[in-house]
Design a protein around this ligand. Structure first.
Ligand SMILES: Nc1ncnc2c1ncn2[C@@H]1O[C@H](COP(=O)(O)OP(=O)(O)OP(=O)(O)O)[C@@H](O)[C@H]1O
Ligand SMILES: [Mg+2]
Length: 246
């Protein structure tokens, strides 16, 4: 049996000129885990996922997915980007966006087999009715679903999600966790998800990473969603919002 970590960070530091986004971050996530990554705004959460994907280069250290550079194995990796950074006026339909998850380049002509795969993936996330819709006209929650369909279209072994529940209503959020847990039980996939919802992290995740540039905690939810780790990462805010009472 392979002992390779699904996600491996080895002393990763990322500097953006004068900003240190990540400092000496190391951890191993075993295959099949559901990791929640939590931390305040600007903590380096999105940077961490982009390092894993090879989109952002490290200043020191390295990160691998199943022992290899992520860029060598796009077919094994699904990614849902943080939608607040997505340009909503991008001229495309839901179908095109999902098919783009099957290719390295933007789809100009879509083959029937690709259309079928995209349809199946949209169906998986309960959004097959959106197939022909223009992205510019979708609601935030609809767009989240289409991005999730794109991420799952190749049935990846690891799914990285950057705040997929932000801007979706309570029921849609419930659907999202339900869907991810079903996907995981059917495929044994690994999931790493950024969230601001500490209660959801505690309830759904098998491991939690508490980040604020440094990794302040990595382990079982009940161990790392503790006063000390949260205080180090969030300062007084953790107390203010009552997250310690979880
Ligand atoms: N491409 C970039 N160039 C320069 N600075 C950057 C870049 N990307 C991120 N940063 C900086 O790195 C830090 C971490 O940013 P990051 O987006 O990873 O935070 P985050 O934890 O995802 O925050 P949020 O909760 O707001 O999404 C911030 O100070 C940000 O301004
Ligand atoms: Mg972010």
């Amino acid at each position: 049996m392979s002992t390779l970590a699904a996600l491996h960070f080895h002393h990763v530091t990322v500097d953006f000129n004068d900003v240190v986004a990540l400092r000496d971050v190391s951890f191993d996530l075993a295959p099949g885990e559901f990791l929640a990554i939590v931390g305040p705004n600007g903590a380096g959460k999105s940077t961490l996922i982009k390092v894993a994907l090879g989109i952002i280069k490290t200043s020191k250290g390295h990160a691998t997915i199943f022992g290899t550079d992520a860029r060598r194995q796009p077919e094994h990796i699904g990614y849902v980007p943080q939608l607040k950074t997505f340009d909503r006026s991008f001229p495309a339909t839901a179908l095109e966006l999902v098919v783009s998850g099957l290719r390295r380049s933007w789809p100009v002509r879509i083959k029937p087999a690709e259309r079928e795969q995209a349809h199946n993936s949209l169906e998986l996330v309960g959004a097959e009715n959106l197939l022909k819709r223009s992205l510019a006209k979708l609601s935030g929650g609809e767009l989240q679903r289409v991005f999730l369909a794109r991420a799952l279209v190749r049935r990846p072994e690891i799914v990285l999600l950057d705040e997929p529940a932000t801007g979706v209503d309570f029921l849609a959020e419930h659907d999202l966790y339900d869907l991810l847990e079903r996907y995981q039980s059917e495929t044994a996939a690994t999931i790493a998800m950024i969230t601001h919802d500490l209660a959801a992290a505690r309830y759904h995740a098998s491991k939690v990473a508490v980040l604020n540039r440094r990794l302040h905690g990595f382990g079982l939810p009940e161990d790392v969603l503790c006063e000390d780790c949260l205080h180090k990462a969030f300062g007084h805010i953790g107390h203010k919002h009552g997250v310690l009472a979880l």
